[in-house]
Design a protein around this ligand. Structure first.
Ligand code: 26W
Length: 800
């Protein structure tokens, strides 16, 4: 489509939809019109993609995830269709700014953080690599809460994203399936086999909403299928009371806002079974329509379990094969292992899902029976070869609880971690017992990011410089960013990149002014920590360093530091009081410092509200320092570290998660690392000899800073300050903040020094961009496709 054609289509479509002309239409109407043109255009390729998969019977993967976090989709769809420039120009000729329309689209925020965003980055890359792959999840009516600050406290507001209209989804009533909950089940002999007989309980209908996942200029459009709940027409009489109906609606109404914190609530378990059962049933129905032998299903279907939330896929698949398809248990189990694979995303103990037997019996009694049988057979089979201790530690059911990670590992052929260090910890420490039993199941797949979204879409200024300097092959082949290494000594390129960064900083400064009323200088260092608020991520250590600088400047206003703006973006789980206390403390400190005339704007602290994908797209291009300071071993991978590196930020990092691989990629001189290593952390655990109190007593700087939390220096944080102080002293500083603090300050001083030499700084920045290509999710999903899913690119895609 060319520009003239597009303008014509746009005017016509606007007239068809609203009987209006451009000059009369509001941005919402213009947005709807553009969205309608985009979606009706890719629809043809969408049906061709799935027809291709069906007709040529290609193996497909189904990525089961309880969270997807795509953010806005308009611009990304335009980019992937190859339309972005034409549409931008055409609209501008009609007097419309594309950016104004983009603002209209609500963020699709059906995820908490890293896990959900990763799932969406994968959806983009799977389609862009012409791989036959689908997403399977829940269509929450309310996404992750909106965050507001009231007197510095986090307040949560509901995220009503649907009433604004979701132009990308298609409801498919004809593809609905029924999901049965509750009641009881007993087994009856039937033609020599035991068959389940269900009593009571209730049946709901799962209705899919499909969204096209548009590949990058390759004609592939895959499907992300999100399930909504409905009351089946035939069952109306069972749902008479308002309460019954509400109970059903509740199933898909809200996303649990706890990142890495196991809720243990019955509704959550019901959500899990709901999207698992709906997804697995619809896959099996599809497969049966291909008229292939059931025994060969693993040659055509792969199911991926994204963290343990969909681990019941294993039992549901067994249920359908055994109860419905009459397969023998042993054969069904073999197929299940071949079809299923699992990714672990965290080693934090509180995030490892466990469900009580009673609750699972209550929600899905037949699934419980099957899990019990899996567990029984595991114990029986293992008993001939292995010692009882090992068996008791690895079995699924222990002390009345079902361990979902155990189910996921024992019922799949592949378990992977998300960065080298994380996968090694799984093998050698956290899941070592399982590794001893099944060494070949374990592997690593370092995370990746949707490279084009985080460069071309978020950072047009940098993209322009890159295109002029190294061409545009890096759009499709991200490792071609390496071509930039030929320009480390090219002053013109270094300055152009610096100019692009400055432009982005000015834009963010304007946003900060508009939203927070804080004046920040674009000449200052923009230092960024953006991620969920969690004790292990140590936003507190960042805050302590800010306080250190503040006290130093108060003592000696002439102290030579380059002005710095510390920018935070972070949501806390609503029930995570400690994390909320840290938010309050950061906000109060910001207030204190930003209004202190003694500081002469040398440091500014900005906590931006409601961190989400769209805000990330504004912050990341402007960032110069990337704070990746989790306690070593705790951050499975991190992905904001990759996005910030790609945008030329220098990483200040512990040797944790993917930071280690970033260091390998850029070289030690182009990253600043500090802090305890994995080995040192484990030595402390073993010897149990970390005394945070001693670090407090022996270090006057630490004393001065910690006292500020309880002596009124930071105003209005009486309770929060005490809670924070106590966590470090009375509760022994679980994440070694005091232990790592001095080394962190040393690293921060290195950053301050490096910034004085702007040429050196610009070189480091360029080298970071040049080496970010390996962290493209294109690359990551290729590894999953080859090693785990055994799927191949669609040969008839425009790239295949
Ligand atoms: C049961 C509640 C619950 C909720 C969320 C348990 C676990 C989670 C997630 C696993 C938390 C999460 O998002 N983990 C992050 O996953 C990213 C993608 O792999 C990693 O980059 C992050 O390091 C990891 O914290």
């Amino acid at each position: 489509m060319d520009k003239i054609e597009f303008k014509q289509t746009f005017i016509e479509r606007l007239a068809e939809l609203y009987a209006m002309e451009v000059s009369d239409a509001t941005p919402i109407e213009l947005y709807q019109t553009l969205g309608s043109i985009v979606s009706t255009t890719y629809t043809k390729q969408w049906s061709k993609s799935w027809q291709d998969y069906r007709d040529t019977k290609q193996k497909q993967v189904y990525y089961f995830s309880i969270e997807f976090l795509p953010g806005k989709m308009l611009k990304s769809n335009l980019l992937n269709m190859g339309w972005l420039e034409i549409v931008e120009e055409a609209l501008s000729e009609l007097g419309i700014k594309l950016d104004d329309l983009i603002e209209i689209e609500p963020d699709m925020a059906l995820g908490n953080g890293g896990l959900g965003r990763l799932a969406s980055c994968f959806m983009d890359s799977i389609a862009s690599q012409s791989l036959p792959g689908n997403g399977n999840g829940i269509r929450y009516r309310y996404g992750l809460f909106k965050q507001r600050f009231v007197d510095g406290h986090q307040v949560e507001l509901p995220d009503e994203w649907l009433p604004k209209g979701n132009i990308w989804e298609v409801r498919k009533d004809s593809k609905a399936v029924d999901v049965h909950f509750g009641g009881s089940v007993h087994l009856e002999e039937h033609h020599g086999r035991l068959k389940p007989v269900y009593h009571g309980g209730y049946t709901v209908r799962a209705v899919p909403y499909d969204t096209g996942m548009v590949g990058y200029k390759n004609g592939t459009v895959n499907t992300m299928r999100l399930w909504d709940v409905a009351i089946p027409a035939e069952e109306e009489e069972h749902y008479r009371s308002i309460e019954d109906r509400r109970m059903v609606e509740e199933l898909t109404s809200v996303l649990y806002p706890d990142d890495s914190n196991e809720a243990g609530r019955k509704l959550r378990l019901s959500q899990e079974y709901f999207f698992v059962s709906a997804g697995v049933q619809s896959i099996l129905r599809y497969y049966k329509n291909l008229h292939l032998p059931l025994e060969q299903i693993s040659r055509y279907i792969a199911i991926h379990i994204n963290d343990t939330h969909p681990a019941m896929c294993i039992a549901e698949f067994m249920r359908l094969l055994v109860d419905q398809e009459n397969l023998k248990w042993e054969k069904a189990w073999r197929l299940t292992l071949q079809v299923m694979s699992y990714t672990n995303h965290t080693i934090m103990a509180e995030a490892l899902e466990k469900w009580s037997i009673e609750m699972m019996q209550d929600v899905c009694p037949r699934i419980y029976q099957i899990i019990e049988e899996i567990d029984r057979r595991f114990v029986e089979e293992m008993s001939t070869f292995h010692n009882q201790g090992l068996i008791q530690r690895t079995r699924i059911i222990q002390d009345g609880q079902i361990h979902m990670a155990h189910l996921a590992i024992l019922g799949s052929h592949s378990t992977n971690g998300v960065a080298k260090i994380h996968s090694d910890l799984l093998k050698n420490v956290i899941l070592n017992d399982f590794y001893v039993l099944y060494p070949s199941r374990f592997n690593n797949k370092t995370n990746g990011i949707a490279q084009r979204r985080w460069s071309q879409l978020a950072n047009p200024a940098m993209t322009k410089v890159l295109n002029q300097t190294i061409g545009d092959s890096w759009h499709r082949t991200p490792t071609d960013l390496h071509l930039l290494m030929n320009f480390t000594e090219d002053d013109e390129v270094l300055e152009q990149l610096a100019a692009a960064k400055l432009e982005n900083k000015k834009r963010l400064a304007a946003y900060i002014k508009e939203h927070k009323g804080i004046e920040v200088s674009p000449e200052a260092i923009f230092d960024v920590q953006i991620k969920r608020l969690h004790a292990y991520k140590r936003q507190l250590m960042n805050l302590m360093h800010i306080l250190k600088l503040y006290f130093e400047l108060k003592n000696d206003p002439k102290r030579d530091i380059h002005p710095r703006v510390f920018i935070f973006g972070a949501k806390a789980a609503p029930s995570y009081h400690y994390a909320k206390a840290i938010i309050k403390a950061i906000n109060e400190t910001a207030n204190l410092i930003n209004h202190d005339p003694d500081i002469q704007d040398k440091i500014k602290v900005v906590f931006l509200e409601n961190y989400n994908v769209s805000l990330a797209e504004k912050i990341i291009p402007a960032a110069e320092v990337s704070e990746q300071i989790s306690l070593a071993t705790k951050e499975a991978s991190g992905t904001s570290n990759m996005k910030l590196m790609l945008n030329g930020a220098l990483t200040i990092a512990t040797l944790d998660g993917a930071n280690i691989e970033i260091r390998e990629a850029v070289g030690e001189e182009n990253i600043v690392t500090f802090g305890l290593t994995e080995k040192e952390v484990y030595r402390y655990y073993q010897e149990q000899n970390y005394r945070s109190l001693e670090w407090y007593h022996n270090d006057p700087v630490i004393q001065r800073i910690l006292n500020a939390f309880i002596d009124g220096t930071i105003p209005n944080i009486v309770n929060e300050g005490k809670q924070i102080f106590d966590s470090l002293i009375q509760y022994h500083d679980e994440f070694f903040v005091l232990r790592d603090f001095a080394d962190y300050c040393r690293a921060q001083e290195i950053i301050n020094q490096l910034y004085q030499d702007s040429r050196r700084w610009n070189q480091i920045s360029l080298i970071n961009i040049a080496n970010a290509g390996i962290f493209s999710a294109d690359n990551t999903v290729e590894r999953y496709a080859e090693d785990i899913w055994q799927i191949r690119p669609n040969p008839s895609s425009q790239l295949g």
